[in-house]
Design a binder for this molecule. Structure first.
Ligand SMILES: [Zn+2]
Length: 197
């Protein structure tokens, strides 16, 4: 039986370089890992994005080098259950773009992927609140998806005091619903046929 899908989980950029010890680390980025591992069971369609930068990129005029393609820094942390990911999106892959939003992925068109799979609700989490999560949430709303942000599964760079909370205020103002992992209901073990085109 093929059931109509309605919701998907989108994990933004939980990569070694954004975790403590990484090239562009968040102070507490690794805190999201156990929360995300827990919420994976609530979804039958799981998408993860990753920064996947070339060595030379305009992006590095603003940021230290991070998440270079095929390097350890770009990998998902070992403790994250990435074997459960159905689709991996690569973004920031050219030297001309920042690729903050998962909707800017260059290997797969995220909007089309969601439409083809009857997804209307997107649950977003990951790193970092102020940049890639924020941009992805704003694009999700712009593209007409009902957008939830799982706040305890999001961490930030926290460059300035208040940045982290300001990001959530902006997401909420744009129309996102901020929830926590406790608000999610388990999905009853139904497997899905996922279409990639
Ligand atoms: Zn980047």
């Amino acid at each position: 039986m093929i059931r109509h899908l309605h919701k998907a989980l989108l994990i933004v950029d939980v990569q070694n370089d954004f975790c403590p010890g990484g090239a562009l680390s968040t102070p507490q980025g690794n805190k999201v890992i156990p929360v995300i591992n827990k919420v994976l069971d609530n979804f039958t369609f799981i998408i993860a994005s990753r920064d996947w930068h070339p060595r030379v990129s305009v992006h590095f005029n603003k940021w230290p080098e991070h998440c270079l393609q095929k390097t350890k820094g770009a990998e998902f942390p070992k403790k994250l259950n990435s074997n459960k990911f159905d689709v991996i999106l690569n973004k920031g892959t050219r030297n001309i773009d920042d690729g903050y939003s998962a909707f800017e992925a260059t290997n797969i068109n995220l909007k089309d992927l969601l439409k083809h799979n009857n997804i209307s609700e997107l649950y977003i989490c990951g790193l970092t609140a102020e940049y890639c999560v924020l941009s992805t949430v704003l694009d999700s709303i712009k593209n007409g998806f009902t957008t939830y942000v799982i706040k305890d599964a999001v961490e930030g760079i926290r460059q300035n005091k208040g940045d982290f909370e300001d990001a959530f205020t902006e997401m909420e103002k744009a129309g996102a619903t901020i929830i926590t992992s406790e608000d999610l209901k388990p999905t009853s073990g139904i497997t899905q046929n996922i279409s990639l085109n």
